[in-house]
Design a protein around this ligand. Structure first.
Ligand code: PLP
Length: 359
């Protein structure tokens, strides 16, 4: 069966080379006589896989030596709670920027642990903008400032690192990590689930500056404690071993492709093409302000919503899958992460033009 172009927001397309490699190594990982799934996480084979994977991530993101890199479970959603649990450090408030559905979820969860001060919000614009920096109100007594660098549902992306007024800057990079270079040293914490740009679901990468490690009160469970996880190299309990291995294969693929700067150029090219096609059409439109449109998740609506069902069904027949927008916003959404080939975007644009011509 031919592979489709899968525009899912995550879990999403993986590079074909990664899937082929995983298949080749499925029964016998490099002469070990077993699958990675069957290996002890403490054995020499898996320890080697884990070390190479971590080193590749450090290299790809140029992570400075004063950061701990953790590979945890519970998804980015667990981090919504773990961040306040770990770094409030006796403070009672944290600042959050609300730019869409995922910021809103992070805010809701943090509210269980501290007072959440909304530094800025684009809710009034229905999350189609990023509030201008001069409108941000950052409380200097807050423990940290949290934002979401790419809103997967609303298709809004920061193309700059916000100013945190001296607070540790905490960022949910779930849906754009490794899609563009990032100055890690501007951040206190970067976290991201793997299921978009890094592999299948099941692992959460947490990059945390050393001064924010070791601040959690004793009541925080061990597996949720950054310090304990860092001390045990994220092996406080049995890690998601096979997913770590697949993450490693994706990172190796990204290095082979030329790294983050090279993939950024391809991402710009893919996104520019698709936005151009949408903006030039009479049928499709994207509501997001041009200076903060996401390169990863491109929502669009048809001017006649009664055509939505037919659009989706026909797209599916053309091997263009999972284009429905998130259930909370409707319309369409094309997620075009690192692994989406430019040919997939070209096929989508051609399909959209033909659909418009015939409708
Ligand atoms: N943050 C963002 C930006 C996301 O896109 C998602 C999921 O799609 C999440 C958080 C939640 O991630 P998880 O399902 O891994 O908890």
């Amino acid at each position: 069966m031919a592979r489709i172009y899968n525009f899912s927001a995550g879990p999403s397309m993986l590079p074909e080379a990664v899937l082929i490699k995983a298949q080749q190594e499925m029964l016998d990982w490099r002469g070990s006589g077993m699958s990675v799934m069957e290996m002890s996480h403490r054995g020499k084979h898996f320890m080697g896989i884990a070390e190479a994977m971590k080193n590749d991530l450090i290299e790809l993101l140029a992570i400075p030596a004063n950061y701990k890199v953790l590979f945890l479970q519970g998804g980015a959603s667990a981090q919504f709670a773990m961040i306040p649990q770990n770094i409030l450090n006796g403070k009672t408030a944290a600042c959050y920027v609300n730019t869409g559905a995922w910021s809103t979820s992070a805010i809701k969860e943090a509210g269980k642990y501290c007072e959440v001060k909304i530094a800025a919000s684009s809710e009034e614009s229905k999350f189609t903008t990023i509030p201008a920096a001069e409108q941000w109100r950052i409380d200097p007594d807050a423990a940290y400032l949290h934002y979401t660098s790419n809103e997967t549902i609303h298709g809004v992306e920061f193309n700059h690192v916000p100013e945190a007024s001296g607070l540790p800057l905490v960022c949910d990079m779930s849906s754009n990590i490794l899609s563009r270079p990032v100055d890690v040293d501007r951040y206190g914490i970067i976290y991201a689930g793997t299921q978009k740009n890094m592999g299948p679901s099941g692992v959460t990468v947490v990059i945390v500056r050393e001064d924010l490690v070791g601040l959690a009160p004793k009541s925080v469970p061990s597996v949720f404690n950054y310090e304990q996880q860092a001390k045990s190299d994220s092996m406080l309990n049995t890690p998601a071993t096979y997913n770590w291995y697949l993450l490693g294969l994706v990172l190796q693929w990204l290095k082979d492709e030329g790294g983050v700067a090279a993939i950024e150029q391809r991402n710009i090219q893919k996104a520019d093409k698709l936005y151009r096609a949408i903006d030039q059409s009479g049928l499709y439109s994207n509501p997001v302000a041009k200076d903060c449109r996401s390169r990863m998740n491109i929502p669009f609506v048809l001017s006649d919503a009664s055509l939505d069902k037919e659009f989706l069904a026909l797209a599916e027949q053309h091997g263009l899958s999972t284009l429905a927008g998130h259930r909370s916003v409707g319309g369409m959404r094309a997620s075009i992460y690192n692994a989406m080939p430019e040919a997939g975007v070209d096929a989508l644009i051609a399909f959209m033009a033909e659909f418009e011509r015939t409708h």
